[in-house]
Design a protein around this ligand. Sequence first.
Ligand code: NAD
Length: 420
Amino acid sequence: MQKELLSHPVFAMAAEQFDQVADFLQLAENVRERCKWPKRLISVAVPITLDDGTTRVFYGHRVQHHLTRGPVKGGLRYHPSVDLGEVAALAMWMNWKCALMDLPYGGGKGGIACDPRSMSRGELERLTRRFTMEIMPFISPEIDVMAPDMGTNEQTMAWITDTYSSRTGYLVPSIVTGKPLGMQGSAGRTQATGHGVAFLSSNALHKLGINLSSTTAIVQGFGNVGYHTARTLSAYGVKILGISDVSGAVWNPRGIDVAALRDYATAHGGIKDFPGADAIDPEEMLCQPCDVLAPCAMERTITAANAGRLQCRILAEGANGPTTPEADRILEQWGDVFVIPDILCNAGGVTVSYFEWVQNFQRFQWTEHEVIGKLETMMQRAFEKVTSFAERHQVSQRTAAQAIAIKTVADAKSLRGLFP
Ligand code: NAD
């Protein structure tokens, strides 16, 4: 299994990052092995009836990286390219993210290989409910708590809650996070990840002595994370020059009207041909001059092919794993780009997910003001922890973030010891 995982490019990338940091930390071999490999890999066949009456079997996966510090926490992704290796890599990154933010969780991730854009609401509901049934023995509020990710949303979480609660016989809101507000979701959860990306970008701009009101940004991806990143940056007074999604990229040197783009994308299924901006090649867009470049779509978009051509001051990683290790080396050598690494930059989502889980146990709802205030306090603390570690040890921000996180997990494993 380990060999199979390592043959997957995304898992190999997560493992390579881990090895580098474990070397830096001089982790003892036994703890190192226990931190690196996932605890449970679950793959299930998910047969459903399609709207045309035929049956189709989809494949779904859930990886629970470790349960040492609490239940695993992580998103559920619907995308055609989902496979076990990708899910395992994302679960590993979730580990480090939860540990860095000091949340009482291990990392998990799940996904189903499907194209949600081509499926009806009924098909998506049947797929979600059947997947939940298939993994029912492995999830609970104390074992594994899912949340939305690419291709899933709060409706998906509502279906999971209902399916799980139908089995227990009573409502269990804490089985997932990212639920609709009417089903005990948390205020502030929808915008939390993008808000965090924008908030840390403003912290980084401040650290570099750049005045927020004269800055520009480019955002790749216009889903949950990309939209809220662009919206919040825009509200801070940052000019959004370019935005892309899977349909194409748009560019306006005077600044894109993010709300109008959102309305257009909702009406047309994508941002292509938005009348308030020009078209631009999506790859070229990433290499245009700007203060903040925020990749908020897929992993492995900043590669050796484009890293040397980036003209941003800050790379704010809204997506998980958007920068390959080769690209990282180029950026480090070059030294001009301030990287806010993914496990820090996009941790707003899991942090407010944690708040939602706590509120569900409390049977109490916090206000949006409380949620965002607590989120900013925790993100600021983590940002300062990472930047001061990086400065003290003269390492990259990514190494600093992962080192703090991996050491937290390694220490917990050492304290708990190894059950014979
Ligand atoms: P989403 O499905 O809401 O949006 C994804 C966006 O990316 C869409 O606009 C899609 O069109 C675009 N996209 C896909 N392929 C693209 C390409 N090749 N070029 C440009 N755009 C492309 O997903 P999301 O929830 O916004 O997640 C985006 C990323 O952020 C993922 O890496 C996810 O793991 C990560 N993330 C999400 C959250 C969260 O709370 N949603 C939290 C942490 C990290």
